[in-house]
Design a protein around this ligand. Structure first.
Ligand code: CA2
Length: 146
């Protein structure tokens, strides 16, 4: 059984309750159901969310140590967390895929969202497609040869 870690950063636990015009009306439980249904046989999805930078970094260490591909929505950490970037780099340096995903298209929003300090160490980036950003990332990591 391969496990894909789907990690979500700060405030994404509030999905579905506010800003539906930007992020849609669904919440993280809905996302989990969608990804579990989309995962092929033999692939499990472990979706987590935290508002805590250290916890997110420790989950990334877990991915490296256990050899798990990562789908990461760093939320606002995207734009300034060099600590998260350094942790994300450990994943791709270990030869594991790390896909940065965003629900909205940060490039179509405020200027501060146009910079990602994570993208340069990610395998790839998918943004602006709602929850389909995650689904497409899951499709990629499950089809990618180890
Ligand atoms: O579009 C994305 O997925 C983002 O990563 C979401 C982050 C934002 O800081 C990034 O620029 C783009 C923010 C997530 C906040 O989510 C909320 C959801 C509902 C209510 C309030 C915040």
């Amino acid at each position: 059984m391969t496990t894909i870690l789907v990690l979500n950063g700060p405030n994404l636990g509030r999905l579905g309750s506010r800003e539906p015009d930007v992020y849609g009306a669904a919440n993280l439980d809905d996302l989990r159901v969608m990804l579990v249904a989309a995962a092929p046989a033999g692939v499990s999805v472990d979706l987590r969310q935290t508002d805590d930078e250290a916890e997110l970094i420790h989950w990334i260490y877990e991915a490296v140590d256990e050899g798990m591909p990562v789908i990461l929505n760093p939320a606002a950490f995207t734009h300034y967390s060099y600590a998260l970037r350094d942790a994300a780099a450990l994943v791709t340096k270990a030869g594991l895929p790390l896909i940065e995903v965003h629900i909205s298209n940060p490039h179509a929003r405020e200027t501060f969202r146009h910079t990602s300090v994570v993208s340069a160490v990610a395998t790839g980036v998918i943004a602006g497609l709602g929850f389909d950003s995650y689904r497409l990332a899951l499709d990629f990591v499950t089809r990618r040869p180890a």
